[in-house]
Design a protein around this ligand. Structure first.
Ligand SMILES: [Zn+2]
Length: 502
């Protein structure tokens, strides 16, 4: 008897608390993430879910949010984020929330934290944004081969250790395998090692995400490599932050996309993500695609074909702090050298600094200007490209401004994308291409990750000079049904969760 009574009480209290906690976002233009035309309506959220969508009457006592005809979209999913490492010091995740991002996908470019540690970290220090992760090849190499001994091919025994760890991570909900093959920690890995790890990933239903082996002079071979992995494993493969960083190849995005389309016709599930800037952020070492760091000829080639010394700014440079904020051309002028000589010097000085200070992380970072605007727009419009930031917490403006820059620059100003399509590429397509479930759509039963956007004012403000400037027009952001950001401020709530593939 008491059991029945007790369960009745539970049901009653569940109803009451649902009514108390439900929120109705009224009079909005719903861009539901599918890419279909926006429509007028309301959305009710209760607990962490969307419980009703359409023309809905308010319940007595319900929280009402007046949308005033603004756009309500699913919270954006950033499929290539470097923000996770900063969440310990900045758990409010303003970099993400100010541009409407509610889920960040970490573990990129071959480097990841283990899921146990991510979960422990989120429990210890709750954050305002959801976190999902890939498992990085370089991180696997570090545990199997030793952190200082990864600049070679792995042995069969080491590979098997890597596969075991990868398997554990996939069983815990990792989205799949990520690689950063252009970086030295995995550049020397044999393609067979990558294929073997991707096959393990396939066994557990994961996906493959790759910063490919070259984005400039060896790009054709790098594209062939990822397509081959897709073909041999039959899993979806995604090209991270697709770009053409070789001046001689500017304008050839359509040809590359034709190649990807024919691979798709042949059954290879290749996709891409993309960020909306014509300059990247990385180490100066990537300017030496053949890893010949002492060659003046290679440095000269880099200054002429791989980046614009006058448009590329040092973000970090531990050996000479006064170089920070200056372009490579300005530093060369200071040193009375050519840009190539300066580049060579800076690589060597950074190397010596690292050797003298083995624990100094992030010795040098450059924002390298090397892309062509038309290629970026072409990549963005490919039906299988979703959006990402590739950003962290400051430094490159993409960390705070990518998604709002797309809405301002490519939707409002250039009209390269419609609102619906841009939002689709930031939400449902992003979820689909990374294997995230029940997020990225405004539909009953989906998690209530939502962003209310003023389409007349939305605009990125982050710049090289002010990389943490907040965007305009992101009115409110809900994460798992909790209002996390409003009127350019974090609300003090930390509703982010770990998002598992399973
Ligand atoms: Zn990358």
């Amino acid at each position: 008897m008491w059991r029945i009574f007790f369960s009745m009480m539970l049901i009653a209290s569940a109803n009451i608390s649902a009514a108390q906690q439900s929120t109705l976002i009224q009079q909005v233009l719903i861009a539901d993430g599918s890419g279909k035309p926006m429509y007028k309506g309301s959305v009710r959220i209760a607990g962490n879910r969307i419980v009703a969508v359409g023309s809905i009457k308010a319940l007595p006592g319900e929280n009402i949010v007046q949308g005033n005809g603004q756009i309500l979209a699913p919270g954006f999913i950033d499929t290539h984020s470097h923000l996770y490492g900063y969440l310990d010091e900045a758990p409010e995740a303003l970099a993400a929330l100010n541009q409407g991002v509610t889920t960040i996908i970490t573990g990129q470019d071959g480097e990841s934290d283990w899921i146990d540690s991510i979960k422990a970290q989120l429990a210890k220090r709750p954050v305002a944004v959801n976190v999902a992760t890939y498992t990085g090849q370089t991180s696997l190499r570090e545990i199997a081969m030793g952190a200082n001994d990864i600049y070679r091919s792995s042995t069969a025994k080491e590979l098997s250790t890597m596969q075991q760890k990868l398997q554990q991570e996939l069983q815990q909900g990792s989205l799949g395998l990520s690689t950063g093959l252009e970086y030295e920690g995995s550049f020397y890995s044999h393609p067979d090692e990558v294929v073997a790890l991707a096959k393990t990933t396939a066994q557990y239903g994961g996906r493959y995400m790759s910063h490919i082996r070259s984005e400039d002079i060896h790009m054709d071979a790098a594209i062939d490599e990822i397509l081959k992995i897709g073909q041999q494993t039959n899993i979806p493969v995604q090209i991270s932050h697709i770009k053409i960083a070789l001046k001689d190849k500017w304008g050839t995005a359509p040809a590359l996309l034709r190649k990807l389309d024919s691979a798709r016709k042949a059954g290879i599930m290749v996709t891409a993500d993309c960020y909306p800037y014509d300059f990247w952020n990385s180490t100066i070492r990537v300017l030496f695609p053949n890893k010949d760091f002492n060659s003046l000829a290679a440095a000269t080639y880099a200054t002429e074909h791989l980046f614009d010394p006058a448009g590329s700014v040092m973000v970090r440079y531990a050996p000479h702090k006064n170089y920070v904020g200056k372009t490579v051309a300005e530093i060369a002028q200071l040193r009375k050298e050519t840009a190539a000589q300066t580049l060579l010097y800076m690589v060597a000085a950074a190397d010596s600094f690292r050797k003298a200070n083995p624990d100094a992380g992030g010795v040098e970072t450059i924002m390298g200007k090397s892309m062509y605007e038309k290629d970026i727009a072409d990549f963005m419009q490919w039906p299988y490209t979703n959006m990402c930031s590739d950003g962290g917490n400051g430094g490159h403006p993409r960390g705070y401004g990518s998604f709002t820059r797309i809405l301002h620059q490519y939707v409002t100003v250039q009209k390269v994308l419609s609102w619906e399509l841009a939002i689709h590429k930031m939400t449902a397509l992003a979820a689909q291409q990374t294997g995230i479930q029940q997020r990225g759509r405004i539909a009953v039963g989906y998690f209530a990750d939502l962003v209310l956007i003023d389409p007349t004012t939305v605009k990125d403000n982050a710049s090289i000079a002010n990389p943490k400037a907040l965007s305009n027009g992101i009115q409110s952001v809900w994460v798992n049904g909790v209002l996390a950001y409003q009127q350019l401020q974090h609300t003090g709530k930390f509703p982010g969760v770990f998002v598992s593939r399973l």
